[in-house]
Design a binder for this molecule. Structure first.
Ligand SMILES: *Cc1c(COP(=O)(O)O)cnc(C)c1O
Length: 407
């Protein structure tokens, strides 16, 4: 069945698990009629869907490309020492991202926890065993954050036992720094909301001989962010592996200064008796993360951006002429920096709520996930998590539902 035929029949035949297997991500070869494989989604009664929402942990985030799956599968076939995998992969990642050292963590969140642990303990194993208790241990206990950077993610730092001190101005940072101050933390996503920008944040910390950490979890593209914050002088940089980089969802990277990375690793597996023993990544994820990072860096980013724009255009063009519909392309400036489409409609002309629309698309064939947007009459979609060709299905389905709801 050609893809054109699949698309034509999608709206008329009931969805059969696997029909969308004809729509593949770039670089994935269509396997010539392989023997029927076990379909665990079907077997378990799981709903699969077209992800027009975006990179969401709850939706299993991203799909790993073929080269990452090959790395995962091939590395599963031998034993190696876990510490050696982290050493070797860490060297490669550090070189790719202009860091002194790096290792693969169980997501960006885990990088935040382990990095903070490293700052607190240094190479002192007694302190490693004492975390998250800080009182009476001689360890520092406060992390300074701009108020606008408080966004739930700072909870990762408090996992290591620290207290968050919030500030707004440079003068407040200076006043907040004391002998208990362990680190100055920066949430890249909220940089536009803060009074103090990256370089100034670093320079205040340097003046007081304090380490800095930046959370840039979802902040590629642009690709150069992978080294920008290391070059800028942040001591620790944390990023997710399974967002736009499409590495393992359970992986992330902690990179930065050699001594801090070595210290952070004391709180991570395979070592036990520490706060990070539950944050395990095995060789498959570590090597998968490395290959995903390398593949992401080497990708044609301009081409990828054009593909996203083309997909947006397919959907926009399909629905722009439905009476009462307005569309707007939005590109978030920092995190999840890729084009998304906000679709709004006049409730007098199109009688459906955003939740109603979301439900119709979810329950349709195939199922499609979108985001309920700011008003009662708008949804938002992103296209960077779609497989090639799925934009046409999304366009057709949204147009159908908007037309059907038209008064
Ligand atoms: C996604 C995200 C995290 C958590 O990253 P994981 O890789 O899912 O652990 C932390 N901080 C920010 C800003 C994020 O967007």
């Amino acid at each position: 069945m050609k893809r054109r035929d699949i698309l034509r029949s999608l709206t008329t035949v009931p969805f059969v698990g696997g029909i969308i297997a004809g729509v593949v991500p770039p670089g994935v070869a269509i396997a010539a009629s392989k023997a029927a494989k076990r379909d665990l989604f079907k077997e378990l009664g799981l709903r699969t869907f077209i992800n027009a929402a975006g990179n969401y942990t709850s939706m299993t985030a991203s799909l790993m490309p073929e080269e990452v799956m090959e790395a995962i599968n091939s590395s599963a076939k031998e034993y190696v020492m876990l510490e050696e995998v982290q050493d070797k992969v860490g060297e490669k990642i550090a070189a790719l991202c202009h860091a002194e050292a790096a290792f693969v963590t169980a997501g960006c969140w885990s990088a935040l926890v382990l990095g903070t642990a490293g700052v607190l303990t240094g190479m002192d194993l007694k302190k490693v065993a004492q975390l998250p208790k800080l009182e009476g241990t001689g360890m520092k206990s406060e992390v300074i954050i701009q108020k606008s950077h408080i966004n739930g993610y700072d909870h990762a730092l408090t996992n290591a036992g620290v207290t968050i001190i919030t500030v707004e101005t440079k003068e407040e940072v200076e006043a907040a720094i004391n002998e208990r101050t362990a680190m100055l933390w920066f949430l890249n996503r909220e940089a536009p909301m803060g009074k103090i920008q990256h370089e100034e944040w670093i320079s205040i910390a340097k003046k007081h001989n304090l380490p800095t950490m930046i959370d840039m979890a979802a902040d590629v593209p642009p690709v150069e962010n992978l080294w920008k914050y290391n070059d800028m002088g942040f001591d620790l940089v944390c990023i997710s592996g399974g967002k736009a980089m499409c590495g393992p969802q359970s992986a992330g990277i902690l990179m930065g200064k050699k001594d801090l990375i070595a210290a952070a690793r004391l709180s991570a597996p395979p070592a036990g008796g520490n706060i990070g023993r539950g944050m395990k990544v095995n060789k498959e994820e570590i090597i998968g993360m490395y290959v995903a990072l390398e593949s992401y860096i080497n990708r044609d980013h301009q081409k990828e951006w054009r593909i996203w724009e083309d997909r947006i255009a397919v959907i926009k063009n399909a629905i722009d002429n439905v009476a009462g519909v307005t569309t707007e392309v939005i590109i978030p400036p920092v995190a999840n920096h890729n084009p998304s489409l906000v679709i709004s409609w006049d409730p007098n002309k199109i009688k459906i709520t955003r939740d109603g629309m979301g439900e119709k698309l979810r329950k349709g064939n195939p199922s499609i996930e979108t985001i309920a947007w700011e008003t009662e009459n708008s949804i938002r979609i992103t296209v960077f998590m779609l497989k090639t060709g799925q934009e046409k299905i999304v366009a057709t389905r949204i147009k159908e539902e908007l037309t059907m709801a038209s008064a």
